[in-house]
Write a protein that binds this ligand. Structure first.
Ligand code: FES
Ligand code: MG
Length: 593
């Protein structure tokens, strides 16, 4: 059996002084020498819940069941805090903090006496941050979702996290509801502990953590308040102790096949446009070759099976009752769309885990024969505006399709006039200004919203049309930008444009009034302006020192801006990806005294 790394702290016969120093302080709250020197694995519980992180706060309760599971299996639990990441509360973005929490976790997992770790995941960026950190350090690790909130209801209708805001803001813009009803309507979508109950980034990333094999099967979809959630917390705690004895590490689980399975599942669930950013980041930290192009190649042809808002009608409780991720995987498996031999945290393959898991409600999880949409994955676009950007085609509404994609000679392409906004403040200020002459064939551009420009990349690309168009029944316009879009938004936007304007991307050169052509068939997005004019604008921009971004407000903003990669490549810290599997490759850190 492999020697546990925690022994180097607590039972090092070559260095009794240091052993004593390490032991005495951990014993000061009542842990005994017998326990610490028993040879039992020390298991970290990376706690992402706190009062600042309400989506994950229920992990503070679930951690008790995790501890009991760890103890049951013969391990010792050490719970520790993770830098909070709250998607809706953190300014300027929670995206800024994903890499910071990642760095913090790497230091903790590497520098403390931990043999394995339970990663408590939930709110959008907590899942990738935890999986990225575990990938870099590569000690045995298993993820535990906190689970979605119960379904929201308002006047007999389901109200889903985030999605209700996009709808309510249109109703308010159209004068159908006032401020009080707006707040009441939005608050109805958050009725319990847990994360967003729509197929937003949280449900997406928790589902994909399961598809990647990093959670116990069936773990992702259980609503936070259910008894099954606490039960799987206990099982997760038990399982990590065995994983330590088996030396089953992230690098043993996270193969390229697992990532391709995650891409397929993402299409079938109607996953968030943030998924490629985070999944590509995890792949880079574990050293698996995965590119933004893989999302179209391996994901576009997969149909949408899961009928959850924003693309469909149901919410998290319904997804769980219908069978959750294993039922989706099984359905894809029947068509040969899953690598069945991909390993998972419970020691079995994904095929063994999910085969024969039935769909229990065929309206919530559609059988392959009756999908909500065919070809539900992302399209990857490129051209003179950017090297890559993605579009979620599963949310293209019939209205949108009729307006833009119905020319019989050119059915998958559209052209229009650009109206360009420099950041969300500019958009809020001017969107209803009639002098912009926005009509139903205008394309709205948002720039200055990428990982450098808006540090962390803001979810601001999904813009509503001006209220005078909404009143005429135009509910969405094509939106293009170098920022992200909330996973709870149903807009068919072109997002995550890389490189961003602030990194010298083509979006920095576009001007209001330019014509732009988008062709979904060839996967191109081009500014219809002569090469000479583009060169002239480029020279003018360079002379000004590039596309401007606001001053750094914190040290971390400056540090991250200096080394962050673009969204298409996972927005990782570039120097960090050179550190691979450090628990193996770098050995143990030195003693501290
Ligand atoms: Fe935290 Fe959606 S805001 S899960
Ligand atoms: Mg969000």
């Amino acid at each position: 059996m492999k020697k546990l790394r925690s022994r180097a702290w607590f039972d090092n016969p070559d260095n009794p002084d240091m052993t004593a120093l390490y032991l005495e302080r951990y014993m000061n709250y009542g842990i005994t020498r017998e326990e610490l020197q028993s040879g039992k694995p020390i298991i970290g519980i990376a706690q992402t819940g706190s009062d600042l992180s309400p989506c994950n706060r229920h992990h503070m309760v679930l951690a008790q069941r995790v501890r009991e599971g760890i103890r049951e299996a013969g391990g010792i639990a050490f719970e520790f805090p993770v830098h909070p990441i709250q998607e809706t509360g953190k300014r300027p973005t929670a995206g800024l903090d994903r890499n910071l929490a990642y760095l913090g976790l790497v230091e903790v997992l590497y520098g403390y006496p931990l043999d394995g770790v339970v990663l408590t995941i939930g709110c959008d960026k907590t899942t990738p941050a935890m999986l990225m950190g575990a990938a870099t350090v590569d000690i045995p690790a298993i993820a535990l979702s906190v689970g979605p909130m119960l379904n929201g209801w308002f006047k007999g209708q389901r109200t889903g996290s985030g999605t209700i805001i996009w709808k309510a803001r249109e109703m308010m813009a159209a004068g159908e509801i006032g401020y009080e009803e707006f707040i009441e309507l939005v608050a109805s979508s958050a009725p319990s502990v847990g994360y967003c109950n729509t197929m937003g980034t949280a449900t997406t990333m928790n589902s994909l953590a399961e598809a990647l094999g990093m959670q116990l099967p069936g773990s992702a979809a259980i609503p936070a308040p259910h008894k099954d959630r606490a039960a799987i917390a206990w099982r997760t705690g038990k399982r990590i102790v065995d994983m330590v004895h088996e030396d089953l590490k992230p690098s043993d689980i996270l193969t390229r096949e697992n990532f391709l399975n995650a891409i397929a599942v993402n299409s079938a669930i109607g996953g968030s446009t943030n998924a490629p950013v985070h999944i590509n980041a995890i792949a880079r930290h574990i050293g698996v070759d995965l590119s933004i192009r893989d999302w179209q190649t391996h994901g576009h042809h997969i149909p949408l099976l899961v009928n959850l808002q924003p693309a469909g009608e149901y919410l998290g409780e319904d997804f769980h009752r219908a069978g959750g991720v294993p039922a989706v995987v099984n359905e894809l498996m029947k068509k040969g769309l899953i690598y069945e031999n991909a390993p998972t945290a419970n020691g079995q393959t994904i095929g063994e885990n999910c085969r024969a898991t039935p769909i229990l409600d065929p309206d919530v999880i559609r059988p392959f024969e009756t999908p909500l949409t065919e070809d539900a994955g992302f399209i990857v676009l490129s051209g003179n505006l950017f090297d890559n950007a993605i579009m979620k085609t599963s949310v293209i509404s019939p209205e949108f399709r009729d307006r833009y994609l119905s020319n019989p000679d050119d059915p998958e392409a559209f052209e229009g006039k650009a109206v360009v906004f420099d950041g969300p403040e500019d958009y809020h200020h001017r969107i209803d200004d009639p002098s912009l002459q926005i009509d139903e064939f205008t394309l709205l551009f948002m720039r200055g919203a990428g990982p450098i420009g808006y540090p962390g990349a803001a979810e601001v690309v999904n813009m509503r049309p001006p209220s005078y168009l909404i009143k005429r029944g135009i509910h969405s316009l094509p939106c293009i930008g170098d920022g992200r879009q909330s996973g709870t938004s149903g807009s068919p936007s072109i997002l995550n444009a890389s490189p961003e304007a602030a990194a010298g991307g083509g979006l920095a050169l576009i001007e209001t009034g330019d014509r732009v052509r988008i062709d979904l068939n060839t996967g191109t997005a081009n500014l219809l302006v002569s090469d000479e004019e583009i060169a002239r604008r480029r020279a003018e921009l360079d002379a000004k020192g590039g596309y401007p971004f606001p001053d750094h407000q914190t040290p971390w903003q400056e540090i991250q801006r200096s080394m962050v990669d673009q969204l298409g490549d996972g927005a990782v810290l570039k120097p960090a990806v050179t550190y691979q599997r450090i628990a193996q490759s770098k050995g143990l850190p030195r003693d501290n005294h």
